[in-house]
Design a protein around this ligand. Structure first.
Ligand SMILES: Cc1cn([C@H]2C[C@H](O)[C@@H](COP(=O)(O)OP(=O)(O)O[C@H]3O[C@H](C)C(=O)[C@H](O)[C@H]3O)O2)c(=O)[nH]c1=O
Length: 224
């Protein structure tokens, strides 16, 4: 079984790659990552020489590169590659459209052309928008993305769904809540607050501080 993991040098992706390489030595893990500011090969130091692991630097929007990889025979695609920071999507939505929407589309087209056993889209509960102090999101909740980031993820999810409905591509979409744990880039709330606290810097709380988030340890996420 050959698994193409995109974005495997990022926070959740690198935790997933570490988990899979160690727990499933019979699977071959191909990690495709463009190494943006949020990707770090140090996260993968312990598996970089593993027999069942290979790293390729490259962009998921590059169809020619994708075709070269799929020619090697890919069984499963797990798409972690994404611009993920809500705050960055406000001044610069374009890169979110490119990576999250166009990149997912390029992956879907290539997966359709070559045939695969499964396409797993790793998405986010942000596609459901804002929740109050009570209630919960479930998979039938209407999509109501509020930021360019969440709109790009919702768009990609709908394209993944359409490739299933139209072309019978075997897909799953997961929509996790906020992750925390090892290798998280310190622009996100928990690592930022810890680093600032350790350095006696201010702890910036947005708005009235009453935003609601569910937290999921990244190792529980990748285990799931
Ligand atoms: C960085 C920062 C954040 N916040 C607030 C803003 C949010 O209400 C909450 C968490 O913010 P953070 O930027 O860590 O993450 P979210 O905006 O919830 O989004 C994250 O979790 C979802 C599921 C994804 O899908 C995103 O990819 C991921 O970035 O703390 C502050 O109050 N101060 C700060 O300095």
């Amino acid at each position: 079984m050959k698994i193409l993991v995109t974005g495997g040098a990022g926070f959740i992706g690198s935790n997933f790659v570490n988990y899979m390489v160690n727990h499933y030595p019979e699977y071959n893990i191909l990690n495709l990552d463009v190494l943006t500011y949020a990707g770090n090969l140090e996260n993968l130091r312990s598996v970089e020489k593993a027999r069942n692991y290979q790293f390729i630097i490259g962009d998921i929007t590059n169809r020619i590169l994708l075709e070269t990889l799929f020619e090697q025979g890919i069984d499963v695609v797990i798409n972690f590659a994404a611009e993920s920071h809500v705050d960055r999507s406000i001044p610069d939505p374009g890169i979110f459209v490119k990576t999250n929407i166009q990149g997912t589309h390029a992956l879907l087209e290539t997966a359709k052309a070559f045939g695969i056993k499964k396409f797993l889209q790793v998405s986010t509960d942000e596609v459901y928008g804002t929740i109050g102090s009570e209630g919960l999101f479930c998979k039938t909740t209407s999509l109501a993305p509020n930021s360019p980031y969440s709109a790009s993820k919702a768009s990609a999810d709908l394209m993944v769904r359409a490739y299933h409905e139209t072309f019978d591509l075997p897909i799953n979409i997961t929509r996790c809540s906020n992750n925390y744990g090892p290798y998280q880039f310190p622009e996100k709330l928990i690592p930022l607050m810890i680093i600032n606290a350790l350095n006696d810097k201010p702890l910036p709380v947005y708005g009235d501080g009453l935003n609601v988030r569910d937290w999921l340890h990244v190792e529980d996420h990748v285990d799931g």
